[in-house]
Design a protein around this ligand. Sequence first.
Ligand SMILES: Cc1cc2nc3c(=O)[nH]c(=O)nc-3n(C[C@H](O)[C@H](O)[C@H](O)COP(=O)(O)O)c2cc1C
Length: 160
Amino acid sequence: MDPQEKKVALRAITYGLYVMTAADGDAFAGGGVNWLTQVSFEPPLVAAGVKVDSGLDALIEKTGKFAVNVLADDQLDIAKAFFRSTAVEGDRINGHKFERGVATDAPILDEVPYWFECRVTDTVARGDHTVFVAEVVGAGVRDASKVPLNLRTTGMNYGG
Ligand SMILES: Cc1cc2nc3c(=O)[nH]c(=O)nc-3n(C[C@H](O)[C@H](O)[C@H](O)COP(=O)(O)O)c2cc1C
């Protein structure tokens, strides 16, 4: 396999860009992620790839729960706030207001148009990212007119 072609071909996968969060009491973690997709209708399952050495991975491993905040196409600034380490002050995580999800306790950002909460059913510890397969146990829509953020439009890459 040509490594350059492998990289370019894998980067041709179409992704969104999301803020994934988790919480265990007063401990919080959040990250901007694109390796996320639905993988089953019934039960409703998603799969996500989470960096093995991240705070997010540690909290999801511990609690078995996470939330996915779906950003709108004009909310890249929120994603950028979650490419760095997590800081919570009062009711803000990385500078953005949140409430805790009913099903997971994980931060749901006030500004996002869509969100869902997940309980981990299966964990694949194979590569440098843990693959969490999780059942969607809660969801919310604040503004169905919003177009979700697409990774390609940002000019950034995470893949290859
Ligand atoms: C464009 C982009 C996409 C990313 N996608 C993922 C992803 O799918 N999974 C992941 O674990 N980290 C991803 N990251 C990295 C995380 O955002 C980053 O490592 C994390 O927020 C930092 O948390 P930590 O301090 O706990 O490591 C991505 C980063 C960028 C810039």
